[in-house]
Every structure is written in C-alpha cells, then in structure tokens.
Design a protein around this ligand. Sequence first.
Ligand SMILES: [Zn+2]
Length: 399
Amino acid sequence: MHRRQLLNLLLASAVFTLPFGACATQIRNARLWRSEDKLRLVLDLSGPVSYKTFSLSAPERLIIDLNGAVLSGDLGQLALANSGITSIRTGHLGKSDTRIVLDLAAPMQLNSFLLPPQERQGHRLVLDLTSVAQAPVSIAKPSAPVDRAHPRRDIIVVVDPGHGGKDPGAVGAKGEREKDVVLSIAQLLAKRLKREKGFDVKLVRNADFFVPLRKRVEIARKHSADMFISIHADAAPRLTASGASVYALSEGGATSATARFMAQRENGADLLGATSLLSLADKDPMLAGVILDMSMNATIAASLQLGNTVLGSLAGITTLHQKRVEQAGFAVLKSPDVPSILVETGFISNARDSQRLVTARHQKAVADGLFEGLQRYFQNNPPINSYMAWVQEQKKAQA
Ligand SMILES: [Zn+2]
C-alpha cells in the first residue's frame, strides 16, 4: 500500500512537470458505455492533459475544458440514444484548448479522472455520469452496451518452442530430441489457436533454428502479447522423474530444488536483465525500480493463475510431475508485463514419457490440453478490448 502511494505520487508529479511545448495533446476518439448505475464516456488521448469540469443548468449541461488539447477524432459517431446525453458539442477555447459540452436531458453528476497508458490503451480521460434524480429512468436498465466501436481485438498468444538449431535441448535414450517434440506440439497449438475466433498466434520459431532466450522475450513484447507460453520436454538426473509441470517466474530464487535445477538448465549462459526491456531509462532509478517491481508482481500473479488453469487441463492428458505451479527464475519468463508460463510437457529422460511424446497422437492431445487451459483462463480474464471481453459483455448484458 505504501509503495502504491509512493508510485502514485511519483507518477502524478511526473505528469504535472511534463513540458507541453508546441505539440498539443490530441483527443483521438471517444467511447461510451452504459452500466447498471452510470454512463461512462472515455476520451482517448495522445498524452496527458490538464482539464477542468463544471456544470450549468437551464438547460442542463456538463462542460469539460481541456488545456493544450485539440480534437482529432469525431465525437459525432457516439450512439447517444437513451443515454441521458442529448448531444455533444465541441469548440476551440483560445488557441489550443478544447471545450466539450454535454447537453443533458436531466441533471447528472460528473466524476472524472485520468488514466495513464496501460496494455494497449493510451492516456485516457474517464468521465462517469450518474443520475442525480432518485429514480434514474434512462440509465437504470442497461441493455446491450452502447459502445458500437468495441475493438473486439484478437488475444495475442506467443508460443515458444524451446531450444532449436544448435541447441537440441534434452536428448532421450533412443535419440529423441526435445527441440523436435516441442516444435510439433507448438505448431499444433498454434494451429488450434488460429482456428478459434478471437485469438491470434505467433510462433517464436516455426522451424529448426536457434533463438537466444533474450530474443524470445523480445518477440513476445514486440507483438504486444497477452500471454507467452514456452514449451519444453526436459530431462532430469533421476530417470524415473515423469509427467508434466508448469512454471511461472519466481519473485526471488527458485521455490524448489527441481525448479532451481531446471532454471539453470534452461537459462544456460543467456541471462537476461529485465530492466533492459522496459523503457525506464529516462526515469529516476527509484521510480523505475518501483514500476518494474509492481509490474513484475502483477504479472507473476497472472502467470500463476494462468499456470493453474493450464495444469488443470493437462491433468486429464498426462500424469503431473508437480500438482501445483512451480516458480523458478527462467529467463524466458522475465517479461515484466506479459503473463508467461513455461510448460514441461514430460521428461525426455523418462522412457515412458519419451515414447509417448514422439507420437503425433499424444502431441495433439497435449496441444489441445494447452489450448483448453488458455481458453479457460481468458474466458475468466478477458483482456480489455478483446473479442473475448466483448463476448462476455454481451452475455452479461443478456443475463
Ligand atoms: Zn527445455
């Protein structure tokens, strides 16, 4: 809590000391939602703004003045029917300020706040309108969301088949190679994801070549992945070790001896400093540390949840080496803002696991299991603006 307050303070002061200079913030788009008790208008901005709001009566109006902001989007596309807003007018105020006037059917209370960039969203000004009247008629009963401009974007999954090229990964007693097994499973998973509406998928490698660990994380970040899944089938010194495990990144060191062993194995010499991946270079070191830390912790929490769901769906397909999600310092899991898991689909070093892992039938079963786990996770945690989120909103609206 204390850290969060500190962060808010630091972020707030960062915003207010930003030089606006000659380039004004753009108001790019507006979106409108209705919920049970309020109407929400979101302005998508190209940067932070300072603004003020006030209301006028006879006729009822809410006025939002944005300093150093110009309108580049069209507010005329919003579906205002039954929203309580009868019209939206905009105009220049001085040289570079913009005034937005909401004409209201009845008095409404306005609560507003700024949101910093997050996921795929940029800066936003959020305006929540609630009815002042005791019995709000127009906004009390939500039907379908009024936001016709829902992006319904695809959830982006980056699938990472471990090893490749000069790095065969684990090698079984009969010459089975981890890099081949995991490529097949990854390709089957990618195929399954592509078939599903609302998902898009990128493979870190689609053939037998080497990709450094750092590069794998960069690929996930370049594609703005909603999740990253690294697929492995490893070896253990104890040949009887068998079954699947799922790993998320640990906050500190590894949580078990096995985890530590695996992490050393997978990381090799290719260690990665997570700080290099966020553009924190221009920030105060303490602020950078706080942001990174918070982002990491939130990402690990999401990764653990994702890992649990995936582990649950693998349970019917293969034996489990670990009944809960393990945590270790795998370098490929070190994206500060992309929930990431590493799945050991079985042990190449175990004769029985190895025999099954090379068969197309088992590879398909594992890929389907992984898909089901991912799908279930995203049904429960749909990323903002995703097709999946839209589907859930429709369901809720009909409920
Ligand atoms: Zn591996």
